[in-house]
Design a protein around this ligand. Structure first.
Ligand code: SAH
Length: 237
């Protein structure tokens, strides 16, 4: 009460407006999780809780913010996109994450997927090839206090040897084949999800599991991601 009396009427109005806007985003987020994620069969309670918590609208460019919780990917600049919420949920669930896991993401983009991962595990490493996107993601993740995410500008094709092996690897751009260094950097019993396919074609989201040195592969669903750009990828002949 004492504190409220210190607020001038205009400050109080601004405060009420902020609260109203924030509760609007929360409602949109709850609806997105219920209608796009749970309704389509995602069941991992940790994935659902993480997606209910991460403020997706803060990872979307201001002029598109009104569409943040829509059932589609959105442009984030430089010809890149933030993935559709359902795709984020499916990929995250497929990683069968445990709290102590160390996760590598290739394709930081907006930083949203990294934040969802960071809600669920100890440590997230994420690599983005475009410096401007890496810098923007790093700054919003810091603002939101995600101290368990390390962002690096670089070519994800080679992974991040320094912190390998990883319990899980998520690739959010599409390579024509799975880069060998990523398979090497996957821990034993580790899981990797990666959309594999040629640019401009429908790709297949693949789940790979390393079991006693052997790689098991299962196709999950068709998908369309931006291509993985790397000088190391041998062009199609
Ligand atoms: N996970 C992101 C979506 C990213 S879109 C999110 O939550 O917003 C895919 C990203 O992969 C793009 O930003 C693109 O620049 C990046 N990318 C493409 N090739 C790459 C490579 N070789 N290494 C790292 N990032 C790459």
């Amino acid at each position: 009460m004492t504190r409220l009396r210190l607020l001038t009427p205009s400050l109080l109005a601004a405060y009420s407006l902020t609260v109203a806007l924030e509760s609007g985003w929360i409602r949109e987020r709850e609806e997105m999780v219920a209608n796009q994620v749970e309704a389509r069969g995602v069941v991992d309670p940790k994935v659902i809780a993480a997606m209910r918590r991460v403020p997706r609208h803060l990872f979307v460019p201001p002029e598109l913010r009104a569409f943040s919780y829509g059932d589609f990917p959105l442009p984030i600049g430089e010809g890149q996109t933030i993935s559709q919420p359902y795709m984020v949920a499916v990929m995250t669930e497929a990683l069968s994450l445990r709290p102590g896991d160390k996760v590598l993401e290739i394709g930081t983009g907006s930083g949203y997927q990294a934040a969802v991962l960071a809600e669920m595990v100890d440590q997230v490493y994420t690599i983005e090839i475009l410096p401007s996107l890496a810098a923007r993601a790093d700054s919003i993740l810091k603002e939101l206090d995600y101290s368990n995410i390390a962002v690096k500008t670089g070519d994800g094709y080679v992974g991040w040897d320094e912190y390998a092996p990883f319990d899980a690897i998520i690739v959010t751009c599409a390579p024509p084949y799975v880069p060998e260094p990523l398979i090497e950097q996957l821990a034993d019993s580790g899981r990797m999800v990666v959309p594999v396919g040629e640019e401009g074609e429908v790709q297949t989201l693949i789940l790979m599991e390393k079991i006693e040195g052997e790689i098991l592969q299962s196709p999950l669903l068709p998908c369309i991601f931006v291509p993985m750009r790397s000088r190391r990828i041998t062009p199609k002949r």
